[in-house]
Design a protein around this ligand. Structure first.
Ligand code: CA
Length: 506
């Protein structure tokens, strides 16, 4: 096979040959002869497409021909314009519909995972001592203490996996009561409630910041809070943090993983460094797994507002409750306004790498991105300041930027993330495991020590969606249970958290 046609209505096919197709290559099943070189992941016109006529992929108009495109010609971002974005209000009354997935959703009702039960009733996938912070001013001291604890103390507590400083750039020098300031504040507070970071956690403040300890971490007991300005210099600060941490490590070290039902699992999904294959392979494998976990009552969430915006119709039709549809539209409209207020146009997403990977524009990217959400009913929408609580598929409001989305999903309570990539990114977080899927065999081979599951096998037809989906389900349960380490965790590759802050800095 040289090319893939996604939907019977499509007037383009995608090249799946790693070396690309040379000019005058014959594609007999579509009666095509290529009119130029076609790189890996790029599209070919199945018919003559006159100027201004639609380019159809995923059965959806993703743009219009900027010029006449001949049958067999290259179709890419140079000769395709972008459609205008749909009016969200017009979508509120579309009929409720669940499309046919084409597969039987697997039954995981007899499966469990080995998690850490918390005293607040939640379950984590890692046993971590988290040190939360109210303000960036304390980061230097906290980092020194965490370095010391990791290198000199942690080995005495073998059941504890890590000591993590939750640093951020918020806390002071900010308009603390501005309209959108609730966003960064809720994210920082909710991260401290994440099941992987809540148990026996410590909070450190400076003493004169705007985002006070009471405001940020009311749920953390007083005896677990330290204010640096109350300590007699650096040595005293270190001693105070380390001695409190040792007490906490002693308690955390007594914890054991225990079998937990899948409804205690909180899964997030994300893509980054996407390419033309994201919506044909890896994201579909993720969708299969998401449908299975949702059916088992797990709380699963997909995100990335700018990358689902153009797939809004397909998402809204999966929401039954009018109030839920309105909540989704309100959040996406708010984000539209956030972008427009700084004159951001529709070319801002995708990235240069996305385009080189064969993606044509944001609509093309979105139609592939939403496949991560599977086919099941969307049960809830989680706003920027909320924590996921409804079993089944949820939309979690986040930016599309990988580390911002990762941080926002952490705040929403996610304890494991599945991440697809076509171009390749080593992105990973300390706070929860990130399972990485490649969308194509080229990256799967190129980065075999970084990719946990290569979904390129689905493109070339050597493995089915069901086979890869089953592998992903097993991998999610094994990683959530601490039985398997992700490759990025094995190499200790960690990105910083980045808290989304749409509010003014003073
Ligand atoms: Ca992303």
């Amino acid at each position: 096979m040289q090319v893939i046609k996604i939907n019977p209505k499509d007037n383009v096919v995608t090249c799946i040959i790693e070396e690309g197709l040379a000019e005058n290559s014959q594609i007999p099943e579509f009666h095509l002869s290529t009119q130029s070189n076609i790189p890996f992941g790029h599209k070919i016109a199945l018919e003559d497409i006159p100027q201004n006529n639609p380019i159809i992929r995923y059965g959806t108009t993703i743009g219009f021909a900027k010029e006449d495109i001949a049958k067999g010609g290259l179709v890419d971002f140079h000769n395709v314009s972008t459609t205008t974005s749909s009016k969200l209000d017009d979508l509120l009354d579309i009929p409720f519909a669940i499309q046919d997935s084409g597969y039987q959703i697997p039954d995981l009702s007899d499966r469990t995972f080995m998690g850490y039960a918390n005293s607040d009733g939640t379950v984590g996938t890692k046993n971590i001592l988290a040190i939360h912070t109210t303000v960036q001013c304390v980061a230097g001291v906290v980092n020194r203490a965490v370095d010391y604890l990791r290198h000199n103390v942690l080995a005495n507590y073998p059941e504890v996996e890590d000591v993590v400083a939750i640093n951020h750039s918020y806390g002071c020098g900010v308009a603390i009561n501005s309209d959108s300031s609730y966003v960064p504040q809720a994210i920082i507070t909710n991260i401290a409630k994440n099941p992987n970071l809540v148990e026996e956690s410590i909070a450190i403040g400076l003493g004169c910041e705007k985002f006070t300890m009471t405001r940020a971490f009311e749920h953390i007991p007083l005896e677990n809070q330290i204010i640096l300005q109350e300590e007699e210099g650096f040595e005293a600060m270190m001693e105070r943090i380390i001695s409190l941490a040792e007490k906490k490590l002693d308690i955390l070290n007594k914890r054991q993983r225990q079998a937990c039902p899948l409804d205690q699992l909180r899964l997030g999904v994300q893509c980054g460094g996407s390419d033309s294959f994201s919506g044909i392979s890896a994201n579909n494998v993720i969708g299969y797994a998401i449908d299975a976990f949702a059916k088992a009552g797990a709380k699963v969430g997909f995100s990335e507002i700018t990358e689902v915006r153009d797939g809004s119709q397909k998402l809204i039709e999966r929401m039954r409750d009018p109030a839920l549809r309105m909540k989704f539209v309100d959040i996406v409209s708010w984000y539209d306004h956030y972008l427009e207020s700084d004159h951001v146009d529709r070319s801002a997403n995708p990235t240069p790498g996305n385009l080189e990977g064969g993606l044509i524009n944001i609509v093309d990217k979105a139609m592939g991105s939403i496949n991560k959400s599977g086919f099941s009913e969307i049960k809830d929408v989680v706003a920027f300041d909320e924590i996921i609580h409804t079993p089944g598929v949820n939309f979690i409001a986040t930016s599309a930027s990988d580390f911002v989305c990762g941080t926002s999903q952490l705040a929403a309570g996610v304890t494991l993330q599945v991440f697809s990539t076509g171009r390749g990114t080593p992105y990973n977080l300390r706070e929860y495991p990130v399972i990485k899927l490649s969308t194509n065999q080229k990256l799967g081979h190129h980065w075999k020590d970084l990719i946990d599951l290569d979904c390129g096998d689905l493109l070339i037809g050597s493995r089915s969606l069901e086979e890869l989906g089953t592998d992903l389900i097993d991998l999610i349960i094994d990683v959530a249970s601490g039985k398997t380490n992700t490759k990025a965790d094995h190499y200790q590759l960690f990105n910083d958290l980045v808290v989304f802050n749409p509010a003014p800095i003073t």
